[in-house]
Design a binder for this molecule. Sequence first.
Ligand code: FPP
Length: 244
Amino acid sequence: MQIAADRTPRHIAVIMDGNGRWARQRGLPRLAGHEAGSETVRCMMDCCRDAGVRYLTLYAFSTENWVRPQAEVEGLMALLGAFITRYEAELVERRVRLRVIGRREDLPVALQEALARVEAATAAFDRHLLVALSYSGRAELARAARQIAEDVRAGVLAPEAVDEEAVRARLYAPDVPDPDLLIRTSGEMRISNFLLWQCAYSEFYVSPVLWPDFREPDFRAALEAYAGRERRYGGVLDACARRV
Ligand code: FPP
């Protein structure tokens, strides 16, 4: 099925879930699931390019994930570093801008440096890969509230000027449009503290497929489901122009 451009999401956010179960089903360590999951990341970048999706946001590590066994956390950090280094040239060649959202200061210094290098090298491009690292939606909103309080105290923001735009302006990536489509893999039906502000009107799609097995046909199924949705943003159909 050919999907019309005006029925294609501009921004897709993904909760990449099921790496651990994928590994367990094969009698492998959990890290093997994350390694296989990073292949899916690469595949999704191709899928988004081919489908004309301009923004892809991936939930790679939450603020809550730090409590996982040390070996898994260290392995994931190493995997992320290796991925960034390995695909730096490819991101530049494909003109994809890498952006990190989350508490980057929590990450190992070497990873912070590698991310900053690739962010700088790709800053001019206008297709976006956002990677949520040490991220939580509540922490992002608390950070925005703190910045607002500081700006009010400093006299640069009047309390009565605190509106939705004032909050949005203090999110990690205020210029990025809200996700049109949020995909979660592995059949789980939770938002897990991801993009709580930004997903206010996102369409949800839950795939039963585990993230390491998620491939182009699964991505197409999500796009087709999205293309069939009517977005009303709290209004009624007749009165509501599509905002995609
Ligand atoms: C959730 O599955 C997945 C994660 C916490 C990590 C996701 C990370 C990657 C796919 C690594 C590569 C990422 C990038 C951006 C290169 P889970 O471990 O909670 O799975 P389970 O619910 O089956 O245990």
